[in-house]
Ligand binder design. Structure first.
Ligand code: MG
Ligand code: MG
Length: 248
């Protein structure tokens, strides 16, 4: 069921989203070779708590940490560990925070030190795909319009679209209806209406689109072990367009 949020609820979702945005900004200064993903997790955990919120993903379906940190060929749901970041890594950090019962959800990919031109294409194409999807958010458009815009940017950048995971509604649950695929399907999807809140989150691969689930039953990895990127914002449908809730 797709819920329509009241202006008061959207205000709470925006506060949660701002905490997520600020957590990304806070972590950026620590993103250097040598830091472990578990150290980043601890920093984010304490920061989110200090803002009067709780981490949305901690204990979600048994997920053990605050952040999903997915490095290189890991697409999503990487579990923080003693693994240290190194020069040339692409690290995707997915952050969820819950404020007064309402969630914000945003993922961003960062490069550590120097990356190749091919990897820059991956980063630029995935971020552009996110914003192309967001541009389609307005009442009267359909979820399928977002999917089409995301997929067309992926094609233009010669990147492949992961299909096993999709965007979603956001509210009092971090994952609500509707699903927001990053590729065109036969179904155009529900109409967008003022007050809907969705997370748009392209996951694009440099190589083929195939993925598999790692032995930890969480982390999704590219089958060809080429790199993947992930950019996500939580967005509200407004009277005549959209508002990014996890932005500045
Ligand atoms: Mg997320
Ligand atoms: Mg999400």
């Amino acid at each position: 069921m797709i819920t329509i949020k009241t202006p008061e609820e959207i205000e709470l979702l925006n506060i949660a989203g701002s905490i997520v945005y600020d957590t990304h900004k806070y972590l950026q200064k620590y993103l250097k070779p040598g830091i472990s993903t578990l150290e980043l997790d601890k920093l984010a955990h304490d920061y989110i708590i200090s803002r009067g919120a709780t981490p949305s993903f901690l204990n979600y379906d048994g997920f053990p940490n605050t952040l999903c940190i997915s490095v290189n060929d890991e697409v999503v749901h990487g579990i923080p560990s003693k693994r240290k970041l190194k020069n040339g890594d692409i690290v995707s950090i997915d952050i969820g925070a819950c404020y007064k019962g309402y969630h914000g959800d945003s993922a961003w990919s960062y490069c550590i030190g120097n990356i190749s031109d091919e990897e820059k294409r991956l980063m630029e194409g995935t971020e552009k795909a996110l914003y192309a999807g967001i541009e389609m958010v307005k009442p009267g458009n359909r979820i399928g319009d977002i999917s089409k815009a995301v997929e067309s940017v992926a094609k233009a950048y010669n990147l492949s679209v992961v299909r096993e995971l999709v965007g979603h509604g956001v509210g009092t649950d971090v994952h609500e209806d509707p699903e927001v695929p990053n590729y065109v399907t036969n179904y155009k999807g529900p109409l967008l209406k003022e007050g809907m809140v969705i997370a748009i989150e392209p996951m694009l691969n440099l190589g083929k689109r195939g993925v598999y689930l790692s032995d930890n039953d969480w982390t999704v990895i590219t089958s060809d072990h080429q790199k993947s990127a992930h950019f996500e914002h939580t967005v509200a449908v407004t009277k005549d367009g959209y508002k990014i809730l996890t932005g500045e």
